[in-house]
Write a protein that binds this ligand. Structure first.
Ligand code: IVH
Length: 663
């Protein structure tokens, strides 16, 4: 391959990785491998200036621009840092700085927070703008979302400059990330691979109330402006801390290479105890004058460098791939591996996610594969060691039929997962649905664990959730491992479950995409299973946060006769299919009025406004038509809605007007 061919190939490959990372939020290569390839390309391009291309991936810092946000130019461009991965590279950096400065200097060591970077502008002590990095020159204005982050001060105190920028990292703490993924799993939404993706995805949401709910955090690490309080980076940040910013207390001033290496060694293990993700350390020359002397390359400052931790990696043999069928019929391919030690645990299995991932890896049985446990929780296979292939095993072909019931699998157009559509006849789906039904947050029937459900199923005593209410104590007591006492306890728990409120019963039914929160919403608005069954598509999407996907899924559920029969049997057994605490109408001040809610509010949440409309006799509608009487508009009302309302001559009121109406 000629140098030109190699340059073209690398550019194409890196462009694809950039797209996967920045646009799809779904990297398929480790940072280390990416940087290695980028470096190869940089070297080749430097050796062959005749092949210069302004659009080469070496000529930019990546982009997270999102069309839905207003893009604004950065006053000071947002550069990235040169990456290093070894103590040797750190020593080289130290040496370069020492030679260039030819004077005493301090290096500030900091943690490299692994989130999404942000630039905040403060004018006269107030936050006026928050902008993402974007392509480094222009970024997305995400001020409304950033305002919801509690650790970012909206007003400062103390002796701050009248105008400055401060940069930092927006993060999703591990605990929040895990909780969010559990919720998403319940709602069958795709999971975030790591807190970085979750933080950047959250920052790009169009709904700042949802952003607020996600509890992001932020650390600030770089102060910029024409008038800064001191002449050193370290002291500037200490000042910023006194104005109200969250500044890491893991910062340390070092005056020798050894001190830096000690810092790295210490935090290499200690970082695992931090509440947020870090992916390395950043070393910065402390003195601002010295920073200026060192200056910048086209992409990064010469006065700073990032030392990145390598994701812990292991190489092992792929023995087979098995396929698990979840309660919803989703098929998860799992790699069975020769056991291997990785970050303190023995790994025998790794998720392969879906058919596309398997095809992308070009996996064959017997391949030596690399397993990584970076920021991710479940280990994943990142690559195949093709050089280690001496005999090619069978290529992994994604299965065509369900491994449990033999039904032909389906794949929806916009989804990565394959499904077994035999939801009422496929054993793991049946058992999975029953397990979900009895789980703590649903019907809370203690004693009916996975094994007991499997036994009852195998003994032909349990085929669906309604059968639970027909179980008899002797049936239960006869089972292996279950005595009369446990049988009585289970029966009692089954009886008690008849008091479980409607919202949880609805959740227990296991309608696709109807998780705990959605079930609560639907139960609140529709108040009975019959009302929900009869709700039109428009009625459903009029409910806050219920979109097309959920609405269609609810309608599909009720179209199945088996489901309606099941509900009738459960009703007959005495389960709660109506909301009990019906909020009585408080007034009829809004009778006959159709009101649409748009934007975000300060006095009440959208749901509260919805409830207020209904309890005062009005109707809350989801879309504007000529029949709409009022638009209750908050901040950030969508421009399309505003235009339509104005065109139709519909009266727009704010929250104070509305509250006055129902006074
Ligand atoms: S300083 C000109 N300090 O790493 C220097 N960056 O590749 C500006 N990061 O885009 C960056 N922790 O998103 C700096 N303590 C820290 C950092 C940090 C994380 C991120 C930041 C930046 C990227 C550099």
């Amino acid at each position: 391959m000629t140098a030109h061919d190699e340059i073209i190939r690398l550019r194409e490959e890196l462009n694809t990785h950039n797209y996967n990372y920045y646009v799809l939020n779904n990297p398929t290569i480790s940072d280390f491998d990416f940087d290695t390839k980028l470096h190869q390309l940089q070297t080749l391009e430097a050796d062959h200036p005749e092949f210069f291309d302004p659009n080469s991936p070496t000529q930019r810092v990546g982009s997270d621009l999102n069309e839905a946000f207003v893009q604004v130019p950065h006053k000071y461009s947002m550069l990235s840092l040169a990456n290093t991965y070894s103590a040797g590279d750190v020593a080289d950096f130290y040496e370069r700085v020492r030679k260039a400065l030819n004077d005493d200097f301090e290096i500030v060591c900091e943690l490299k927070y692994d989130g999404t970077s942000i630039s905040l502008t403060y004018e006269n002590g107030a936050l006026v703008r928050a902008v993402t990095r974007g392509d480094g020159v222009r970024g997305d204005d995400v001020t409304a979302n950033v305002r919801t982050i509690r650790s970012i001060p909206l007003k400062l105190h103390g002796d701050y400059p009248s105008l400055f920028e401060i940069r930092g990292e927006i993060l999703m703490p591990w605990t929040v990330f895990e909780k969010l993924n559990r919720e998403r799993e319940e709602q069958e939404e795709s999971l975030f691979a790591n807190p970085r993706n979750a933080a950047s995805g959250t920052l790009k949401l169009q709904n700042s109330a949802e952003v607020a709910r996600r509890q992001l955090d932020a650390y600030l690490y770089y102060l910029l402006g024409e008038t800064l309080p001191t002449n050193t980076h370290y002291d500037n940040l200490q000042k910023a801390a006194s104005w109200g910013f969250k500044i890491s207390d893991a910062m340390k001033k070092c005056t020798s290479l050894q001190e830096i290496l000690d810092y790295i060694a210490y935090w290499n293990t200690e970082r695992k105890n931090l509440p947020v993700a870090t992916d390395g350390m950043v070393l910065k020359v402390n003195d601002l004058r010295q920073q200026k002397n060192l200056g910048y390359t086209a992409k990064s400052p010469r006065w700073a460098i990032a030392y990145k931790f390598q994701a812990e990696k292991a190489c092992t043999r792929l023995n087979s791939v098995s396929y698990q069928v979840g309660r919803t019929g989703a098929i998860t391919p799992v790699a069975n591996l020769d056991p291997v030690q990785l970050s303190g645990t023995v790994v025998k299995r790794a998720s392969l996610h879906n058919a596309d991932i398997i095809a992308g890896l070009d996996l064959h049985i017997g391949d030596m594969v690399f397993v990584e446990k970076g920021g991710e929780i479940i280990p994943k296979i990142t690559a195949v060691d093709k050089e280690a292939r001496f005999m090619l095993g069978d290529k992994i072909q994604f299965i065509k039929t369900c491994p449990e019931c033999g039904t032909t699998l389906i794949r929806n157009e916009d989804e990565a997962a394959h499904y077994c559509p035999n939801e009422d006849g496929c054993p793991p789906q049946i058992k999975g649905k029953i397990e979900h039904f009895v789980s703590r947050k649903a019907m809370n029937i203690d004693g009916l664990g996975t094994e007991t459900i499997a036994l009852l199923y195998d003994n032909n005593l349990l085929h669906n959730t309604a059968d639970i209410y027909e179980l008899k104590v002797p049936d239960l007591a006869r089972l292996e491992r279950l005595g009369t006492k446990s049988a009585h306890n289970i029966k009692k728990a089954i009886e008690n479950s008849k008091q479980v409120p409607f919202a949880r019963v609805l959740f227990a039914l296991g309608i696709r995409y109807v998780g705990e929160t959605v079930a609560k919403k639907l139960a609140n608005v529709f108040r009975s299973i019959d009302a929900l069954r009869n709700a039109s598509y428009e009625d459903l999407i009029a409910v806050d946060e219920i979109g097309e996907r959920i609405a269609l899924s609810v309608q599909k559920y009720f179209r199945k006769e088996e489901h309606c029969n099941l509900i009738e049997r459960l009703k007959a057994a005495g389960l709660q299919f109506e909301s009990s605490n019906t909020t009585a109408a408080v007034s009829d001040k809004l009778t006959g009025l159709s009101i649409i809610i748009s934007g975000t509010f300060t006095h009440h949440s959208r749901d509260e406004y919805k409830a207020l409309i209904e309890s005062n006799g009005g109707k809350n509608v989801g879309s504007i038509s000529s029949k709409t009487n009022y638009v209750l508009a908050g901040d950030n009302m969508g421009p399309a809605k505003l235009e339509k309302a104005q065109k139709l001559g519909i009266k727009i009121i704010n929250e104070n007007d509305f509250l006055a109406m129902i006074q």
